[in-house]
Structure formats: structure tokens, C-alpha cells
Design a protein around this ligand. Structure first.
Ligand code: NAD
Length: 306
């Protein structure tokens, strides 16, 4: 029986992740920062960001300050708690600088070669029993695990797919790869629960559940815009008010990042081989123009004036 099937009947004790005191988060982009903040704030872990880009670190820390200050003004956090959370957070600029750590979550750009390189370096640097999770949105966990050094145990690699924005969204989709052990799965689920998240488990299939369903919907909205079926505002309003979605698909795409949306569609298209997953030409053009959505200031909407 596969790990996946066995897991369905397993009850997880929070104790299995009790040894985790420090978490390293590789990549301090919009997802990495959210994951690190929730780990430091909710699970009270020491958090070390691994990020080579100074600007991203500055941006990330600015975001952490903004979120915590907002919570102070709403009475959800005290000044003292804010200082305690911030004192648990540190940064290093490369994987090789990670000091003794208990669990690693990789949240770098959605690119298979980059992720494989990071996993190869992590596995060369870390003790072989350290669990390394990937926050990939779509790439095969088994493929990423294939990059670990022979000295490392691939049963320690797992997918831990947080949703954006991490401090707000309740779900973490957990993806055991082909070689992931039951213990790795149990520890990862327990850690997500310690971060006050609800977990679901998905088979290691392209896009898992979340993006197998979400991305073709977003892609179709971009095709509808390109075909002139309706304006961007009307596409979004139709789905928001007509289908009770919290935001329209084009606004959501801007929020996720158009480069990330394109990368996920490319994985679905390549791995599933069905033309229905072909990325919208307009999506590709926007990414090539550097219009990546909210994070770059422009996507389907303009955020520079806000
Ligand atoms: P992002 O572009 O905001 O951040 C990516 C970060 O990775 C950047 O800070 C970049 O400097 C860093 N990075 C690149 N190379 C690195 C290296 N060698 N070492 C360390 N850091 C490096 O992207 P994001 O939206 O945070 O996405 C990150 C991951 O999370 C992707 O795999 C994505 O698919 C996944 N994800 C994204 C969303 C979303 O809505 N954006 C949701 C769930 C999962």
C-alpha cells in the first residue's frame, strides 16, 4: 500500500514535531516571508530566512513590520509580542550558511532546475535526517527529491504547499513524493497544525489538487480577455458577484504573480500533455514584458498609483 493510502487512516500526535525548534525558509519572497512569519508568530519557532537578494529581505522585513503593526493597532498583538516575534527571526544569504536547523521549507521561484539545485545543495550541507519540504505549486515532489545527494535520504523530502497570503489562508496541501516516508508525512502534518493550519493530502500529480483546478480557470480568464469577450473588470466582476468568488480571476492572478501562474501552466501542459492546459499567449506576453502582477507594480491592473 502506498504511503498516501496508509496515511488516510493515521492520527497524528502533535508530539511528533516537538523536536522542531528552528525552521529555515529558503527564499524570502511573498510566500517565504508569510511562512516564516506564521512559524515565528503562531508556532513560536526560531526562523532563519535564506535569501541572496538584499532587496527581497528589506521588502520582506518591511512587510512583516506592516502586518504586525496593523495587528497592534487592532489589538491582536502587543508591542512586546511584536518584539519577541522579530527577535526569533534571522537571515543568511546562502544555503551553505544555514546553521543547525530542525526543518527546512524551500520557497524559491517556481523553476524546476533552480529547485533541484537548491535541494542538491541543501542535502550536501544538512544532516541526512533533516526533513526538507518544498512549497512548490505544481512541480513533482519526486522529481525535486531526485536531486538530493546520495548521502541524503529521499524519504525526507515532501511537498508542503501553503496558500497565499500565508497568514490568512487556513490550508496547507501536503504532497508525499514516491519515496516520502510515513514519519516525514506525520511530522510535516503536525508542523502545519502547529502553525494553526488545516491540511489536506494530495498525490504527487502535476498541480496537485489546488492548482490542477485553479490554474486552468485563471488561464481561461486570460484567454477570454485576449479574445475581447469582456473587459478585465467585467470578467472579474462576473466571477466575483456571479459565482461568489472573493476576488475575480485576473485580480487573483496579479496577486499570485503572473510568472508563477505561467510556470504552473507550463508544468500542467508539459506533464499532462493535453492542449487544454496550453498557457494563454497574453499571459506569456505579460510575463515577458515584466508585468508580473502586484509584486512588480503592474499586471492586469496597475498598482503603481495605489
Ligand atoms: P517570489 O518571486 O515572491 O519569491 C521567490 C524568492 O526566491 C525571491 O525572494 C528570490 O530572490 C528567491 N530566490 C531565488 N533564487 C534563490 C536562491 N538560490 N536561494 C534563495 N532564494 C532564492 O515567489 P513566491 O510567490 O514567493 O513563490 C515561491 C514559491 O511558492 C514558488 O514555488 C511558488 O510556486 C510557490 N507558491 C506561490 C504561491 C503564490 O500565490 N504566489 C502560492 C503557493 C505556492
Amino acid at each position: 500500500m502506498s504511503v498516501f493510502k496508509r496515511f488516510m487512516s493515521t492520527n497524528i500526535s502533535p508530539e511528533v514535531c516537538g523536536y522542531i525548534k528552528k525552521l529555515s525558509v529558503v527564499g524570502a519572497g511573498q510566500m517565504g516571508i508569510g511562512i516564516g512569519l506564521v512559524a515565528a508568530r503562531v508556532a513560536k519557532l526560531d526562523v532563519e530566512f535564506v535569501e541572496p537578494n538584499e532587496q527581497q529581505i528589506e521588502r520582506g522585513f518591511g512587510l512583516i513590520d506592516k502586518l504586525l503593526e496593523k495587528d497592534i493597532s487592532r489589538g491582536r498583538c502587543t508591542e512586546q509580542e511584536m518584539q519577541a516575534i522579530k527577535s526569533r527571526i534571522s537571515t543568511v544569504s546562502s544555503v551553505e550558511d544555514i546553521k543547525a536547523t530542525d526543518f527546512v521549507i524551500e520557497a524559491v521561484t517556481e523553476n524546476v532546475d533552480l529547485k533541484k539545485k537548491i535541494f542538491s545543495r541543501l542535502s550536501a550541507h544538512l544532516p541526512k535526517d533533516t526533513i526538507i519540504a518544498t512549497n512548490t505549486s505544481s512541480i513533482s515532489v519526486t522529481k525535486i527529491a531526485s536531486a538530493v545527494q546520495p548521502t541524503m535520504d529521499p524519504s525526507k523530502v515532501i511537498g508542503m504547499h501553503f496558500m497565499n497570503p500565508v497568514p490568512v489562508m487556513k490550508l496547507v496541501e501536503i504532497i508525499p513524493g514516491l519515496q516520502t516516508s510515513e514519519n516525514t508525512l506525520a511530522v510535516t502534518v503536525a508542523l502545519a497544525q502547529k502553525m494553526n493550519k488545516v491540511t489536506t493530502v494530495s498525490k504527487d500529480a502535476p498541480g496537485f489538487v489546488a492548482n490542477r483546478l485553479l490554474m486552468p480557470y485563471i488561464n481561461e480568464a486570460v484567454i477570454a480577455l485576449d479574445e475581447g469577450i469582456a473587459s478585465r473588470e467585467d470578467i472579474d466582476t462576473t466571477m466575483k458577484l456571479g459565482m461568489n468568488m472573493p476576488m475575480g480571476p485576473l485580480t487573483l492572478a496579479d496577486f499570485i504573480g503572473l510568472d508563477t501562474c505561467l510556470a504552473i501552466m507550463e508544468v500542467l501542459h508539459k506533464e499532462l500533455g493535453d492542449s487544454k492546459y496550453r498557457p494563454a499567449v497574453l499571459l506569456r506576453n505579460y510575463v515577458e514584458a515584466g508585468w508580473l502582477g502586484k509584486k512588480s507594480g503592474r499586471g492586469f491592473y496597475d498598482y503603481n498609483s495605489q
